[in-house]
Design a binder for this molecule. Structure first.
Ligand code: ZN
Ligand code: ZN
Length: 170
């Protein structure tokens, strides 16, 4: 797995490519640092979602997430607050820092056994690289960017084979 590290110092930060072995643990935290987590780097999908709901979550741009096995994800410090909408079918459970409000992950009833970790909370966000697919492009704003050469779907990605077999993603 390839990653990148930013080295500060000198006139400009340098970006160096690093090799991140499969045994390197992922880690991350909320903006204030009260919530910290670790996870195994067993990435099941790299997702970009442009839906209107995700625009609230991300601050306006598409939301980017890593799908990771929930059994290898662990909060190390802090206690998150959960939020679930009651006005939609099959709502996701969203977990936030109760102090700074950072959204850390969601758990979808459509994806049992996985957590969808928000890439911006990772200590190694460069690991995302680019999405495997983009969904809900029908709800994109004019200023959203959908990468070239990546499968893009009008709505939720249809169920298909692969690591998220038979499931759709929210
Ligand atoms: Zn926080
Ligand atoms: Zn979305």
């Amino acid at each position: 797995m390839q990653g990148a590290i930013v080295v500060w110092g000198g006139a400009r930060p340098q970006i160096m490519q690093i090799d991140v072995g499969n045994d390197m643990e992922l880690s991350g935290h909320c903006y204030c640092g009260a919530i910290r987590y670790t996870a195994q780097p067993d990435i099941k999908a790299r997702i970009q979602c442009c839906c209107r709901e995700c625009q609230y979550i991300s601050g306006g741009n598409p939301n980017v997430m890593l799908a990771l096995p929930s059994d290898s994800f662990r909060y190390e410090t802090g206690v998150v607050k959960q939020f679930t909408r009651l006005d939609v079918a099959n709502p996701v459970v969203r977990e936030f820092c109760p102090i700074c409000g950072t959204h850390l992950l969601s758990r979808s009833p459509r994806l049992p056994g996985l957590v969808l970790v928000k890439v911006g909370t990772l200590d190694q966000p460069a690991l995302f690289d680019k999405p495997d697919f983009v969904q809900f492009i029908s709800e994109c704003q004019a200023f959203h960017v959908v990468p070239d050469g990546v499968p893009a779907y009008e709505g939720r990605r249809p169920a298909q084979g692969g690591s998220l077999s038979g499931q759709t993603v929210e």
